[in-house]
Design a protein around this ligand. Structure first.
Ligand code: NAD
Ligand code: MG
Length: 344
């Protein structure tokens, strides 16, 4: 990759009229699917939700007044097919709907994995685009209902019609992303940075950091409760400050002692060795090692994934956390689950 200043698009750059005579099939009604379908529907777009006959989400979509068909039938009627089933299921769904995509139709993604790693090799006469909201689906929906937007990414992999990007922008407007801003990227950049980010920083890095800090305190005789509050609970408060006003606002809000300790000790922890490990993770994302491993893991029925998930759930910090969250009044409001339909 070479660094570049990306283009950012807003409402004025999008022509929603482009969707006026088009039908959008939203395949899947999970986190992203329900939000895209409902937002597009509220934007006046003709939407069909594509779900299997056996899907438990069918009732939820129908209850919102949305038309529900099988993925194949939805794709047959649609000009734009939005692929919002789980990434691991998408290749099989693509095989099933492939013949329903006519020249100039759009195959639309919210993540680039299957295109970038060649798990889906789309026919050359269709447009292939991505609008990836940078947020979980329930926030894409909630922001839209509050007349707010959700930032997103736009990428065009294949432009057969000559207006792939314009249609993608209209789609982004329909789900509310151009209200906040849509950043132009590529399938490669989105996929690789997304995988690296979730592994090294967001999901992998932060949970490993929390658990290591917790274990260090507990192994040295500090109480599990103190360790939980210090290493996990307070994380949210710190992240909220950085989210609002950058790292500087966080430093301004903590004590001078915390700031000095952080400024002098952070790099002791995240040293060259950790940076080298990050380079290794990035290389494995770039050269496809991680993708091949994850695809093989799914083909084998997810044995390691299941085992690791189970082990993580029974970690001491999860047990003490569950007890403590149950004891404190503040957890009442925050424990509300997001309004996402049940997966099946
Ligand atoms: P999800 O797991 O929440 O929902 C998947 C939906 O697909 C469910 O409604 C399920 O019923 C349906 N489904 C499962 N198998 C199916 C099949 N064989 N045929 C038809 N429907 C089937 O998925 P998600 O998290 O919304 O992810 C969808 C896409 O959005 C992925 O590409 C993902 O990478 C991307 N994305 C997700 C998020 C997020 O926050 N969840 C954010 C950005 C992008
Ligand atoms: Mg069609």
């Amino acid at each position: 990759m070479t660094n570049h200043e990306p283009q950012i698009y807003y409402d004025d750059d999008a022509d929603e009229e482009l969707l006026a005579n088009k039908t959008v099939a939203v395949l899947g009604y999970g986190s992203q699917g329900h939000a895209h379908a409902l937002n597009l529907d509220d934007s006046g777009v003709d939407v069909i939700v594509g779900l299997r006959e056996s899907s438990s989400s069918r009732d939820a979509a129908a209850a919102e007044g949305l038309r529900v068909e099988t993925p194949v039938e939805a794709a047959r009627q649609a000009d734009i097919v939005s692929m919002l089933v789980p990434d691991t299921v998408q290749p099989a769904v693509y095989d099933a709907i492939r013949d329903e995509l006519e020249p100039g139709d759009t195959l639309q993604f919210a993540h680039g994995f299957n295109i970038h790693y060649n798990q889906i090799q789309p026919d050359e006469d269709i447009d292939v685009t991505m609008i990836a909201p940078k947020s979980p689906g329930h926030l894409v929906r909630r922001n839209f209902e509050n007349d707010e937007g959700t930032p997103g990414l736009l990428a065009v992999y294949q432009d057969a019609s000559g207006e792939a990007e314009e249609k993608a922008l209209a789609y982004a407007a329909g789900i509310g992303c151009t209200r906040a801003g849509v950043v132009e990227t590529s399938f490669q950049e989105e996929t690789e940075s997304d995988l690296f980010g979730e592994q090294a920083v967001l999901c992998g890095g932060i949970t490993a950091l929390i658990k290591a800090g917790y274990e260090t305190l507990v192994e040295n005789g500090y109480s599990r409760e103190m360790a939980y509050f210090e290493c996990l609970n307070e994380m949210k408060l710190i992240v909220d400050l950085m989210y609002e006003g950058g790292i500087g606002e966080m430093w301004d809000s903590v004590s001078d002692t915390a700031e000095y300790g952080g400024l002098t000790r952070g790099d002791v922890l995240i040293d060259d060795h950790v940076r080298e490990n990050m380079e290794v993770l990035l290389e494995e994302v770039q050269d496809g090692t991680f993708a091949r491993e994850w695809i093989a893991e799914n083909q084998a029925g997810r044995p390691s994934y299941t085992r690791l998930r189970q082990a993580d759930k029974s970690h001491d910090i999860e047990e003490v956390g569950e007890e403590l969250r149950g004891l404190f009044a503040w957890s009442e409001d925050e424990a509300e689950p997001p309004e996402v339909p049940a997966d099946d």
